[in-house]
Every structure is written in structure tokens, then in C-alpha cells.
Design a binder for this molecule. Structure first.
Ligand SMILES: CC(C)(COP(=O)(O)OP(=O)(O)OC[C@H]1O[C@@H](n2cnc3c(N)ncnc32)[C@H](O)[C@@H]1OP(=O)(O)O)[C@@H](O)C(=O)NCCC(=O)NCCS
Length: 186
């Protein structure tokens, strides 16, 4: 499969799916100077992008304080951080402010147990406090991620380059009702 970049959008913050955190896990906010924890999880999970030690600072230096309010770690019951999600935002995208689901990752040792959905419920609730709409960037090789985002009501942004090829490819592996409404499933 090719790994096309895609954008997904959600024009409102209504009816956010609620997935409780399973027993044995917890979610907590990011605390000051925990970029190294974020980097550790991203390095372990990220399949395509080279995660270097400076990426965290490059991505979030515009507002480290906001991270304490908008970024979350999923932990085990012993306090080990095994997942990360950030409820970020873009102040001016086509003249509007958009919430953004940003840098979602679950450590490979803990993938396949549905742990990203409870993280998404928390991050989407945080976005709803500040924003009327949200978006995210991902890519077609990240099938588990795309499935989760479709389940959370994000839809393909078809204005993006290569979106026909990209979403046809996604539809070949995920038979999702949203893709049917967009005509990608027969
Ligand atoms: C994205 C990520 C956080 C999801 O982790 P996860 O919650 O453990 O994912 P799961 O394995 O539980 O899969 C999520 C959903 O995708 C489905 N899925 C996973 N692989 C699939 C595949 N190959 N084909 C079809 N569906 C698939 C699962 O069945 C599940 O759906 P369900 O809830 O209906 O059962 C994790 O894969 C990750 O960290 N990836 C690397 C980093 C990344 O790409 N992040 C996204 C950045 S945009």
C-alpha cells in the first residue's frame, strides 16, 4: 500500500463517542518538561517519520504551557506512560480556528487492545471546550489510526491532493459506512 497523506475533518463537536479507560490503565495530563516521555513513545510507535530528540521542541515550542492543558499520557497502573495524544489547534486555517488531534501513538507492546479510543474520547472532549470543529492529518498506511478517526466521525477532506487515490486505497481495507456515503465503497 502507498502511504498517501490525508486530512480528515469534523465540522462539529457533537456526539463524541465515549470509550471508558479499561481497568489497569489511566490517563493523565502532560506535566512540564516531559517532552522526553512523549519522544520515547513516538520513537517506539512511529512507522514512517524519523523521530529525533528535537522534534518535540520543534512541534510545541509555540506554547509549552498549552501542553499541560491539552496533551495527555495513557499510563499503566504502575504509572508507566504507554500512549500519548494532544488536543492541539490551528488558529488560522482558511480564516477559521480549528481544533486538531495531533500526534496520537500507543506503544507497540500495547497496540491492538483498543486503547486509542479512550484517549480519543478525552482529547475530543478537551477540543470541544475550546473549538467548534476539528481536523487531523494522517496517512493511508496508518490503517488502525484511520479506522479510529472514521469511528470518531472524522470524514475525508477531498480537497487534498491525491484524495481520490488515497481514499480508494483506504476503502479497499476498511469497509466503513462513512466511506460508503462518500462513494468509495460500492
Ligand atoms: C494509531 C494507533 C494509536 C492505534 O492504536 P490501537 O488503539 O492499539 O489500534 P487497534 O489495533 O486497537 O486498532 C484500532 C482499530 O483499527 C482496526 N484495525 C487495526 N488494524 C487494521 C487493519 N489492518 N485493517 C482494518 N482494520 C484495522 C482495529 O480492528 C480497531 O478497530 P475496532 O475498534 O473496530 O476493533 C497505533 O496504531 C499507533 O500508535 N500507530 C503508530 C503511530 C501512528 O500512526 N499514529 C497515528 C498518527 S496520525
Amino acid at each position: 500500500m502507498k502511504n498517501y497523506s490525508v486530512r480528515m475533518i469534523r465540522e462539529n463537536m457533537e456526539n463524541i463517542p465515549q470509550f471508558p479507560i479499561p481497568e489497569g490503565f489511566a490517563i493523565r495530563n502532560y506535566r512540564p518538561d516531559e517532552g522526553h516521555i512523549w519522544t520515547r513513545i513516538q520513537k517506539a510507535a512511529e512507522p514512517y517519520i524519523d523521530i529525533d530528540d528535537e522534534l518535540f521542541v520543534r512541534e510545541f515550542k509555540q506554547d509549552f504551557l498549552a501542553m499541560e492543558d491539552r496533551s495527555f499520557f495513557l499510563t499503566t497502573d504502575t504509572g508507566e506512560e504507554i500512549g500519548t495524544i494532544t488536543a492541539w489547534w490551528q488558529p488560522d486555517m482558511d480564516g477559521k480556528t480549528w481544533g486538531q488531534i495531533h500526534w496520537v501513538a500507543v506503544h507497540p507492546d500495547y497496540q491492538g487492545r483498543g486503547l486509542s479510543k479512550p484517549m480519543m474520547s478525552i482529547a475530543m472532549a478537551r477540543l470541544k471546550q475550546s473549538h467548534e470543529r476539528c481536523f487531523l492529518g494522517t496517512s493511508t498506511g496508518r490503517i488502525a489510526a484511520v479506522k479510529v478517526y472514521l469511528d470518531f466521525g472524522f470524514t475525508p477532506d477531498l480537497s487534498r491532493e491525491h484524495s481520490q487515490e488515497a481514499w480508494t486505497e483506504v476503502a479497499s481495507v476498511i469497509k466503513h459506512p462513512i466511506l460508503r456515503t462518500y462513494g468509495f465503497l460500492k
